[in-house]
Design a binder for this molecule. Structure first.
Ligand code: NDP
Ligand code: MG
Length: 387
């Protein structure tokens, strides 16, 4: 099939970024116009030489200077820092931006890309969690599509194809693998180390999202992401250990449509790029005989109480989802550095959520101020927990 798409990839060196490039390697119709990473200079140099984008960005400014020297024999423009990331996200020749950077740093480039009328293949869930009210309105205003890359949201989006009236949707059933500590109780998680939490049973992802999957923070972020993408807060999380049913939609007549597949992020990434078409995919067909039973459980929100905090943030709305997200970003960083305990992650989020007063309809500057405040509370939490 003839297929052409010109894309910018924000976070090309990460788990989603490299799989996006794998798809572009397979389909020559997908052209990489611009790409960014934070500091992985060796990989992005290799990627730039292979895909020949017009612009490459390193947000780490020192490394960007070195990259400029390395790529001096090419006509690729090297840009840097936050401005460079925005230049990458708004690259003239790209029609779609894959947002695969990690954390709240995805928010501003995504907003600028929408203003520049780019469609968004959205992996960076933090964008919708923190700025969903701004992003969704802007997308409508600018007539651009936000196409989900997150596997659950892609599954919901696929299950909704053919649904002509969204009022027929009763609720969303969002599946969760349950992570490496499924079935454990709080007291069994006291001594969890980063290397334990980094062992995800089904998916190979970046470090932050892997830790978030183990605490169910990731599922909490996904509930908030789903609210903005699909316009409902009737979202139920179901633990499904096999990660084969990627999520489901239940309709008013109790009919349920699900999307299934082997756990492989290439499908949702590719679908976001080829929608409304589908292109063939090599390898990784779903072999049903390998999954003689598919199981579904209620999540244990006493042990994984970050999920309960996420539902509180969803209900409160306003700035609370930003508090939840930014506190988690800071807490995961501290946990990875061995400075707070595993259970400290959800305790730190709870502390930030109880200390920060809500703001209805926050502006971008409210979001950044709250981001800073939530991080400060978590850093204080670390100091206090040392005493
Ligand atoms: P990775 O950690 O693997 O990659 C992150 C990418 O962002 C890298 O290219 C990294 O560059 C870059 N980056 C890191 N910090 C910054 C920063 N401060 N500013 C700009 N760029 C930065 O993450 P993933 O690919 O796993 O996840 C990316 C996003 O996709 C996240 O929002 C995640 O929640 C979401 N997602 C991921 C899934 C997965 O399977 N991995 C599934 C569903 C959603 P460098 O390499 O130089 O550090
Ligand atoms: Mg997901």
């Amino acid at each position: 099939m003839e297929f052409e798409k010109k894309i910018a990839v924000l976070g090309s060196t990460g788990s989603i970024g490299t799989q996006t490039l794998e798809i572009a390697r397979e389909y020559k119709g997908i052209k990489i116009e611009a790409m960014s990473a934070h500091s992985n200079i060796d990989l992005i140099e290799k990627q730039a030489r292979e895909f020949k984008p017009k612009t490459v960005c390193l947000t780490d400014e020192g490394k960007a200077k070195d990259l400029k020297i390395k790529l001096a024999d090419t006509d690729i423009k090297v840009v840097q820092g936050k401005e460079g990331l925005i230049e990458t996200a708004t690259a003239d020749s790209a029609d779609t931006v894959v947002t695969a950077v990690v954390g709240i740093s995805g928010l501003e480039p995504t907003i600028e890309a929408i203003k520049a009328k780019k469609n968004i293949a959205l992996a960076n869930k933090e964008t919708l969690v923190t700025g969903g009210h701004i992003v969704m309105d802007l997308a409508k205003e600018n007539g651009v599509a936000i196409l989900p890359v997150d596997s659950e949201h892609s599954a919901i989006f696929q299950s909704l194809q053919g649904c002509k009236d969204r009022r027929e949707v009763k609720r969303i059933l969002l599946t969760a693998s349950g992570g490496p500590f499924f079935g454990k109780k709080r007291e069994e998680l006291v001594d969890i180390k980063p290397e334990d939490a980094l062992k995800h049973p089904n998916w190979n992802m970046g470090a932050k999202v892997t830790i978030d999957s183990s605490t169910l923070v990731n599922k909490g972020l996904e509930v908030m992401e789903a609210k903005w993408l699909f316009g409902t807060d009737n979202i139920k999380v179901l633990v499904h250990r096999q990660s084969v049913v990627h999520s489901m939609v239940e309709f008013v007549d109790n009919g349920v449509i699900a999307q299934l597949g082997a756990p492989d992020m290439r499908l949702p990434i590719q679908y976001a790029l080829t929608y409304p078409n589908r292109l063939p995919m090599k390898n990784n067909e779903l072999d049903f005989t390998k999954y003689p039973s598919l199981t579904f459980d209620e999540p244990d929100t006493d042990t994984f109480y970050a999920l309960k905090l996420a539902y509180d943030a969803l209900k409160d709305g306003g700035i609370k989802p930003t508090v939840f997200n930014s506190a988690d970003e800071a807490a995961v960083e501290l946990f990875m550095q061995g400075k707070i305990s595993y259970l400290g992650i959800s305790d730190a989020i709870a502390k930030a959520m109880s200390e920060i007063k809500n703001i209805e309809n926050p502006t971008i500057s409210d979001i950044w101020e709250t981001d800073k405040l939530a991080r400060e509370i978590v850093y204080r939490f670390e100091k206090e927990s040392l005493i």
